[in-house]
Every structure is written in structure tokens, then in C-alpha cells.
Design a protein around this ligand. Structure first.
Ligand code: SF4
Length: 293
């Protein structure tokens, strides 16, 4: 629970604030950038939300925070939208994509996503949010979870609780499988492979040896910690500083993504981005040109 006595000095005055327990994970300013931003080394409220939809967005950011570092008066918190998370991000001909919120400290606040697929294809959870009854109920209302795909070792969080609750099968790459040894299935090798008709598995070794991206309907890329969008620089980012395994391999994995034409980039950390047709290749080339391998 955030405490007023630990309110950070960078917050603008008003009912919403970030306190000193913030771990600087980026969840709040990615989800609600109109109200939260990255301060010197922790988040801060830079614009207090107005009553109504703005307040609802800020309250969902409060709910998503993995360490309860965002505070607001009790009477405001009681107005948190009941059907907040998962929050719809986009839809394709093959299904709808949701951001799950409820970030977990175990995965440093990483984003997780739900693909809701009609026609009996089964819903897919991409990485694990924090488990609790509220999100379990909402996932049930959206059709449950058939499969849980883990992008890499850092973002497995509460996979066991979701598997216990939904009876879903779990997949992780064999090189990262020691992070979730109970997962029933393994991806192997470095070649792209179909998960099923509308979902492809793209091994991207680099950030970790077993990093994997997932491509839904040839246009929505779930990139884990492989790459993300930066609003501040207006460019794609992959970082050597947060490459835990092998940077030259990560650059080669990025090069393999040039053949795609991604429309939605949904990373574990960092900014999301919608691309116009053809823009993905230009932006990824620009990133590769800027990297030293
Ligand atoms: S979501 Fe919470 S921990 Fe993460 S940056 Fe915001 S206030 Fe800090």
C-alpha cells in the first residue's frame, strides 16, 4: 500500500501519487502516459487525472503496479473499473488481443497479454501476470486460458497458479526451461515454427538463450524483452545493457525479424507501437544500423 509519508517529491500535487517503494518498472507510464512519467529514477504523477475516464485509467495503473507504489484516497480506489483488466489492445481477423495488467514483481512488472480466439481455437496467455481471483474471474469471462506461452526465463511469474487454475499447457524454450521446470512443453532450436494456424513461434536467442517472440495473425508481435519502442526517441530499441546472454546473437535474432511486416509491437517491457504497412522494416533497419555487434 503506497503511503503519503513516502510520497516522492516529483509528483504534482493532488490525490494520485507515487511513493518511494517504486521499482521503476515502467508499467504505469506505459499504460497511462497522460498521468505518469519516468522521473529521475522512479515514476511520478505529472498530470492529475480528471474525474471520469482519466481517473479510471489512473486507477487501473494503480492496480497494475507490481509493488503497490501508487497511492490515491480510498474513496477513489473504490471506483476502479471492475472490468478493467485484461484491457483490449487491438483485434485482427483471427481474434482480440488484451493487456493483462496485474504486473508481477517477480517479472519486474513485465507486460503479459491474452489472445482471445473464436471458433474453438483456444485462448493463449503470453507470459504470466500476477495471479489473483480478480484476474482469474475476468479471464474466465473471456473464455479461460488454453495455453500459456512463456517468452523467456524472466517473465514466468505465477505460471504455476495459472496452470493450476485453468489446466492450461505451458510452453517455454528448452534453453530457459530451468526457470519453469514444471512447464509441460518445450520449444527447441532456432528456426521459426507454427504453434498453430494463426500463431508462429520465433526463437530470438540473445537477451536470454531461450528468448522467444510470438507472431499472431502475421501482424501482432509479442517481443518479450527482445526489443521495444521508445516514445522519447521515437525509435525501436534493443539494449546491450539488458542483454543477459549473448549480444551478437541478439543482433542476429533482430536481423531475422526483417522479413516480417509487424503492425503491432507488444513487448514485455518498454513502449508498444502501431506501425503503418512497410514501416516495420524501415524502423528495424534503422535500429540495426545504429547497433554495434
Ligand atoms: S508501476 Fe509502480 S513500480 Fe512500476 S514504475 Fe509505476 S509506480 Fe513504479
Amino acid at each position: 500500500m503506497a503511503r503519503e509519508q513516502r510520497r516522492l517529491a516529483g509528483n504534482v500535487s493532488g490525490p494520485f501519487f507515487v511513493d518511494a517503494s517504486c521499482i521503476d518498472c515502467g508499467t504505469c507510464w506505459t499504460f497511462a502516459p497522460a498521468h505518469f512519467r519516468n522521473g529521475a529514477s522512479q515514476a511520478e504523477v505529472w498530470h492529475q487525472p480528471a474525474e471520469g475516464a482519466e481517473q479510471g485509467q489512473a486507477l487501473l495503473a494503480l492496480q497494475a503496479c507490481p509493488v503497490a507504489a501508487i497511492g490515491a484516497p480510498r474513496e477513489l480506489i473504490a471506483r476502479t473499473p471492475v472490468e478493467g483488466f485484461p484491457a483490449r489492445v487491438t483485434a485482427t481477423r483471427r481474434g482480440e488481443v488484451y493487456y493483462c495488467g496485474w504486473a508481477s514483481r517477480q517479472s519486474f512488472g513485465a507486460s503479459s497479454y491474452l489472445i482471445v480466439r473464436p471458433g474453438g481455437a483456444g485462448n493463449v496467455l503470453i507470459d504470466s501476470p500476477r495471479f489473483n481471483r480478480a484476474i482469474a474471474r475476468r479471464l474466465e469471462a473471456l473464455g479461460g486460458v488454453s495455453s500459456l506461452l512463456l517468452s523467456h526465463r524472466d517473465d514466468v511469474a505465477d505460471h504455476q497458479a495459472f496452470a493450476d487454475h485453468f489446466g492450461c499447457g505451458r510452453w517455454i524454450h528448452s534453453a530457459d526451461a530451468d526457470a519453469a521446470p514444471a512447464a509441460e512443453h518445450r520449444f527447441t532450436g532456432r528456426e521459426p515454427l507454427p504453434f498453430d494456424a494463426d500463431l508462429r513461434v520465433l526463437p530470438c536467442p540473445g537477451h536470454t538463450e531461450g528468448s522467444v517472440a510470438f507472431l499472431f495473425d502475421d501482424q501482432v508481435l509479442f517481443s518479450g524483452d527482445h526489443l521495444w519502442w521508445s516514445e522519447s526517441t521515437g525509435a525501436l530499441v534493443a539494449s546491450r545493457q539488458v542483454c543477459w546472454w549473448n549480444w551478437p546473437e541478439q543482433v542476429r535474432s533482430l536481423e531475422r525479424l526483417l522479413e516480417l511486416d509487424v503492425r503491432w509491437l507488444l513487448p514485455g517491457h518498454g513502449g508498444r507501437r502501431i506501425f503503418a504497412p512497410g514501416e516495420w522494416g524501415r524502423e528495424l533497419s534503422r535500429l540495426l544500423d545504429s547497433l554495434d555487434s
